[in-house]
Write a protein that binds this ligand. Structure first.
Ligand code: HSE
Length: 315
């Protein structure tokens, strides 16, 4: 369906949009839970172009040289084009991307770029899309680069904790989250989501499915009640962790160190290789994880990120 754009809108002025990194799954909630972070994130500048369609004019920031300029391959433009299609305009859109999230790090890098592209196009064109419609438009981009899942994407677009009830059709629920700080550590290697998804089981043990469902509910309860002990218990994953852990050298050693240091919960961020820990002293936990990887001979960077109720937005 084509929507008539409000021509009085000031969409001729360039606009800047930020979309945050996110943690998908949170352990037990595989492909269901997504949590928006305050930082890091991607930024796009959008402006009108006399050429129809979408175009990437410039990419700067982390790993900028590696990212595709081809509009059919870049997450920003794939998502934006899908939004542009919904508008009835005779001009195109041009983007400058400043990448703030490392590619294939597990922190929803491709989703943040897609969220930037979709949100910027919607806002610039003054379209009023419902949340699920916007997530659905940006999903095309995730499908091209990392598979059909919207957990990172919904969190990056909408903020807070998102619960993906169904993907077809997109039906996402969103909860406000308390300002919990999460320790994150990224070992210095890439793990492509397709590889992380290639080890997923075709069938799951019934008992494990029940335990993961219970833990997913515990995470949601913990977020509602601002109870990090319960969130921590909820991160225990009986299905995917043991299949993905071998893809992250040092995973069990680091887990052991950080749980010993008082972590209340621990897991892989999305498909990895970043890992997260929840606890009373996130700054110490993030250092412990970095030291743990380095003891295994793997360089790593750590950070503490607050979860955030803000998703993609104009800045
Ligand atoms: N839920 C997805 C996965 C997120 O774990 O494969 C990918 O970042």
């Amino acid at each position: 369906m084509s929507i008539k754009v409000n021509t009085i809108a000031t969409y001729h002025l360039p606009m800047k949009v930020f979309a945050p990194a996110s943690i998908a799954n949170l352990g037990a909630g595989f492909d269901v839970l997504g949590l928006a972070l305050e930082n890091p994130g991607d930024v796009v500048k959008i402006r009108e172009s006399s050429e129809p369609g979408v175009r990437i004019a410039r990419i700067t920031g982390i790993q900028a040289k590696r990212l595709p300029r081809n509009s059919k391959k870049n997450c920003v433009t794939i998502a934006a084009e899908n939004v542009l299609k919904k508008a009835n305009v005779d001009f195109g859109l041009e983007f400058e991307l400043t990448k703030g999230i490392r590619h294939s790090s597990g922190l929803g890098s491709s989703a943040a770029s897609a969220a930037c592209g979709a949100f910027a196009a919607m806002h610039y064109l003054n379209l009023k899309l419902a949340d699920n419609e916007l997530v659905g438009a940006a999903l095309v981009s995730e499908m091209v680069v990392s598979g059909k899942h919207v957990d990172n994407l919904s969190a990056s677009l909408l903020g807070g904790l998102t619960i993906v009830r169904t993907i077809t059709p997109v039906d996402v629920l969103r909860l406000e989250v308390p300002p919990i700080e999460i320790a994150i550590c990224t070992p210095n290697f890439e793990l492509h989501t397709e590889i992380g998804r290639s080890v997923l089981p075709r069938e799951v043990n019934f008992n494990h499915a029940i335990r993961n469902t219970a833990n997913t509910c515990a995470i949601i309860w913990g977020m509602v009640k601002n109870d990090i002990k319960t969130i921590g218990k909820g991160t225990i994953d009986h299905i995917v962790e043991r299949l993905r852990a071998p893809l992250i050298p040092g995973y069990y050693e680091v887990r052991h160190c950080v749980m010993d240091a008082g972590a209340l919960g621990f897991g892989i961020c999305g498909a990895g290789p970043s890992i997260f820990a929840i606890g009373e002293d996130p700054s110490n936990l993030s250092n412990v994880m970095k030291d743990g990887f380095e003891d295994e001979g793997i360089e790593a960077v750590s950070l503490v990120a607050k979860c955030s109720n803000q998703g993609a937005r104009e800045i």
